[in-house]
Design a binder for this molecule. Structure first.
Ligand code: 4AD
Ligand code: MG
Length: 462
């Protein structure tokens, strides 16, 4: 007999004479003649109630001893439930304990702090909250492919190991097979990376954008969706050393088209989660962020606001607020400013565009004013930046100038520059941080709690 998932059992159209359910014991309550067991298999938030009669042969030896956390296999009948809040329950014909869990099982019924659960990241998916978060994560990963595939975008697998630093921020993890205690050296005494595995310095990618651009200049509309790595030593609730990023790239597209796509994409993902993860989002709204559901509805109802960087600086400085980091034109917006714009000023997601050239990487298209570039950041309430993107510099000479400004060696990027030599086109794209999007959709406040096994400074357990 094949296994039925709890999700399907709870949605059954009618009673069933024989059903096989397998999962883990959440709770067991004993009455005189039977036990109530709540069985959860992670297929949905809810568990199903199993009734095990004391007349079952292994009742005293096995069933009445099954603790929270034990795995069980139940063969029984699906019948209408007398209890509240559930339509169906299972009366067991047989119940076997597959794997016992003793009283040291850390996920007992009482609520645990997120910090504690992080330390048991191997068990936390069995809790309600993390089950919900990771089901939403899985669903949205699927929705991302659906969104782009329906639009005719081709999925490109950009490399994980690369020799280029796309963002130019120097936050790279080195990839090497050299012996750190005896590296080969040049005559000048430097480490000789020519003798390294790739015969040059290599790193884990910080972004698939540069390679995605090559494919956009061939297949027109493409996207990447993969892990990216940043050796950013910032211990914040929004930064991880390993995170997943979605990067669409479109040929014959300008900044306006880029901002339009970003808005459509974010709204699509929110709608998809509302539609397919309703119970999980409701749970998050109840236990994580009371405002979640209303906020998501609200975000869908209105067009996102747009404002230039120059306007943003004016708004910030006219606000009359005191800032931990005062800003003037030319400074990076800090998290406090980003959140002020989205949460207090616009009270909705806002796309800030046309940033000072000096703040942004070499590949962004220079505006006619010579001072700003066609950059955009999408800022959302509660988090700040979730998307960074731009129109790319398609003019060969301007790109070369930019590279010189950023002290990049053109020879290292010869293939990237070639795109501007052969059939160059205006093109644009952006990167959505998948974990930040998940934080936005679930209301979870720390990036460590929306990725299965977080990698942050000082932490690579599991
Ligand atoms: O703004 P970023 O650095 O942009 C790029 O990497 C571009 N190459 C994207 C492109 O145009 N194709 O990063 C994009 C997004 C950020 O908005 C943020 O959501 C996320 O990636 N991100 C991080 N998420 C978690 N931890 C980190 N350390 C992150 N750094 C960036
Ligand atoms: Mg950015």
């Amino acid at each position: 007999m094949s296994r039925t998932l709890v999700k399907d059992a709870l949605n059954a159209a009618g009673p069933q004479d024989s059903i096989l359910l397998q999962g883990w014991v959440r709770t067991r309550r004993d009455a005189k003649a039977f036990s109530f067991i709540e069985l959860n298999d992670g297929s949905c938030l809810k568990g199903i109630q199993v009734i095990a009669n004391a007349t079952l042969p292994n009742y005293p030896t096995e069933i009445a001893k099954a603790h929270t956390g034990a795995s069980i296999s139940v063969l029984g009948k699906l019948v209408p439930s007398q209890g509240q809040g559930q339509q169906w329950e299972v009366v067991a014909d047989s119940l076997t304990v597959v794997g016992e869990a003793d009283a040291t099982y850390p996920l007992q019924k009482k609520g645990h702090t997120l910090e504690f659960l992080r330390e048991i990241a191997h068990l936390r998916p069995r809790s309600n909250l993390f089950g919900a978060v990771f089901r939403v994560r899985s669903r949205l990963a699927y929705a991302i492919h659906q969104f782009f595939q329906h639009k005719g975008f081709a999925y490109v697998h950009t490399p994980i190991i690369t020799a280029s630093d796309c963002e130019g921020a120097g936050e790279l993890f080195r990839v090497t097979t050299l012996d750190p205690s005896h590296p080969p050296t040049t005559e000048a005494g430097d480490v000789d990376f020519k003798k390294d595995f790739f015969a040059k310095k290599a790193y884990l990618t910080v972004s698939g954008q540069l390679e995605a651009e090559t494919f956009a200049c061939a297949l027109s509309n493409v996207y990447t969706f993969g892990p990216t790595f940043r050796a950013e030593n910032s211990n914040t609730s929004r930064h991880a050393a390993e995170f997943w990023m979605i990067e669409p790239e479109m040929a014959f597209c300008n900044l306006e088209g880029d901002m339009d796509l970003a808005e459509e994409f974010v709204k699509y993902l929110i709608r998809d989660a509302q539609e397919h993860c309703a119970a999980d989002l409701e749970f998050c709204s109840k236990f994580v962020d009371k405002e979640l559901l209303t906020r998501l509805d609200f975000v869908l109802q209105r067009p996102f606001q747009r404002c230039s960087y120059t306007e943003a600086i004016e708004i910030i400085n006219k606000s009359g607020k005191t800032w931990e980091h005062p800003v003037q034109w030319g400074d990076n917006l800090q998290s406090e400013h980003e959140r002020f714009l989205a949460e207090e000023h616009f009270k909705c997601p806002v796309t800030v565009y046309n940033y000072p050239r000096t703040l942004k990487p070499f590949y962004m298209r220079v505006n006619d004013d010579g001072k700003t570039v066609c950059a955009m950041d999408l800022l959302v309430p509660g988090i700040g930046e979730i998307i960074g993107g731009s129109q790319r510099e398609e003019r060969l000479e301007v790109l070369r100038e930019n590279m010189a400004h950023h002290k990049l060696n053109e020879k290292d990027y010869w293939w990237y520059v070639d795109l501007r030599r052969y059939g160059t086109v205006p093109h644009a794209g952006f990167g959505l941080g998948f974990e930040r999007m998940l934080m936005f959709v679930t209301g979870v406040g720390n990036i460590r709690d929306v990725i299965p096994f977080a990698r942050t400074p000082g932490t690579a357990e599991f």
